[in-house]
Design a protein around this ligand. Structure first.
Ligand code: PLP
Length: 470
């Protein structure tokens, strides 16, 4: 039911007092009447409260969406971000009136620089993908200023997140794909063949999207540096290595972080995020403007790639991340990663007989199972298993990604789940494989207890209904 469908002419949630000043008609007015729903306050509240009951959320249940780090976000982050000194300020306010906010930039930047091993941070990019794009523009500008203007190629592993090649193309580079080897890691011998004088950089996710640590990282770094190419780290999986491994210490020149994943801002559904970027000092002059440092707003930055986003980025996300890092402290962040890895390995241990790994390699904070055999034996696919999970109030894992794994299910439990939850979800996962063998049709029909039942995927793709018709 749409809010417009329960609208009734004349109903109101509020009543304005009679105006005490003369009315003015604006010169530019609408030609036709603005059609807004008309409801009482009670109807508005009821409508939206009921809508919240129809969706799945990280606060409502287990959400093992691999590579997305859907962890529980402590509510103290919200409380602090909501303080009026942070939430009621305006980006055009004079700097001397928002000193506390500017200090928060420095405090968070210092902490992120410490965690990543980088020299300088920008908080401006709104998402991971925009952090990638900003980083590649900085790499391009740096190379141009340092005799590398002819370098046009970015190397991207075949397991990379789709945003990596997309960002490279948007930044004007050509993408060269390096395959994974049988370990699921970058094939170093193939990499050596692909690297040339035209190579500008490699974009590497570490741990990669199979949840595997790139153990040859030092050698890869040496190979790249031998042709004057830079090392870019997609740090969206930082949740596995905080306080344990610093990308800046193993050869990376630049990294993006997803504050809305690792640093505890609620995400999903496209809300505001932050793809903070950390750089080594040689890339620092290229950071997007304005740069906020030592309580000052710096705009005169001749080498900068320019603004990537209006004003300073999503300030509320910074405050959540700052609160999160302060409340945990350095050791706490390390424990986050240790527990994230422990939880993933523990859960896998409970499921391993029925959910075989795509690559039999020790993994970190997430694991990728392949349901290819189950499909062969029963016809039940990774998608059907996911629908069965929905029926059991569990959010599906990431499916069919990375694309190099057939029938992939990528499971990331995160550190915020208890041992009881892990046992419960393992029982559900395992029972679904039993169901696949005993009654595969039940999984083909799932979910049957949800607001929206099984959708016809083919019809949805061929004949999508994108608007609601009265
Ligand atoms: C989520 C993710 C991204 C993109 O981040 P967005 O904020 O969604 O743009 C990039 N790389 C990896 C590995 C990711 O998991």
């Amino acid at each position: 039911m749409l809010v417009f469908e329960i609208s009734r002419e004349g109903r109101r949630s509020f009543f304005l007092p009679e105006s005490e000043v003369p009315t003015h008609t604006l010169s530019q007015t609408r030609q036709d009447e603005l059609k807004l729903p008309q409801l009482s306050e009670r109807e508005v509240i009821q409508h939206y409260t009921n809508l919240t009951k129809k969706i799945f959320s990280v606060d409502a249940g287990f959400y093992p969406l691999g590579s997305c780090t859907m962890k529980y976000n402590p509510k103290i982050n919200e409380d602090v971000a909501g303080l009026t000194g942070f939430s009621d300020i305006h980006p055009l306010q004079p700097a001397e009136t928002v000193k506390g906010a500017l200090k928060a930039f420095d405090e968070l930047s210092d902490r992120l620089a410490e965690v990543t091993g980088m020299d300088a941070i920008t908080l401006q990019p709104a998402a991971g993908a925009q952090g990638e794009f900003s980083s590649l523009l900085m790499i391009k500008a740096f190379l141009k200023d340092n005799g590398g203007g002819h370098k046009t190629e970015i190397i991207v592993p075949d397991s990379a997140h789709g945003t990596n090649p997309a960002s490279a193309v948007m930044a004007g580079f050509d993408v060269v794909t390096v395959p994974s080897d049988e370990r699921g890691l970058v094939d170093v011998n193939k990499l050596k063949e692909l690297v040339t004088d035209k190579t500008a950089a490699i974009m590497l996710t570490n741990p990669n999207t199979l949840g595997l640590f790139e153990v040859d990282i030092l050698e890869i770094s040496k190979i790249m540096k031998s042709v004057g190419a830079l090392m870019y780290c997609d740090g969206a999986n930082m949740n596995a290595i905080m306080g344990i491994n610093r990308p800046g210490d193993v050869g990376f020149d630049v990294i993006h972080l997803n504050l809305h994943k690792t640093f505890s801002t609620p995400h999903g559904g496209g809300g505001p995020g932050c793809g903070a970027v950390g750089v080594k000092s040689h890339l620092e002059p290229y950071l997007p403007t304005p740069v906020v440092r030592n309580g000052e707003i710096l705009t005169n930055r001749p080498s900068s790639i320019g603004p990537m986003k209006n004003f300073y980025g999503h300030f509320g996300v910074f405050i959540r991340a700052l609160t999160y890092t302060i409340s945990l402290g350095g050791n706490g962040l390390k424990e986050v990663s240790q527990n994230a890895v422990l939880n993933a390995n523990y859960l896998y241990h409970l499921m391993k007989d029925k959910y075989p790994l795509a690559k039999d390699t020790p993994f970190m904070h997430e694991f990728v199972a392949s349901m290819a055999n189950l499909k062969k034996e029963t016809g039940v696919t990774a998608l059907d298993i996911s629908k069965g999970l929905i029926e059991n109030n569990i959010h599906p894992p990431t499916m069919y990604f990375p694309i190099i794994v057939p029938e992939a299910l990528m499971v990331e439990p995160t550190e915020t789940e208890s041992i009881d939850t892990l046992h419960h979800v393992a029982d559900v996962f395992n029972s679904l494989v039993d169901t696949a063998h005993s009654d595969s049709q039940a999984l083909k029909d799932a979910p049957s207890n949800t607001v929206v039942k099984r959708v016809d995927e083919v019809k949805a793709a061929r004949n999508p209904i994108l608007v609601h018709n009265d």
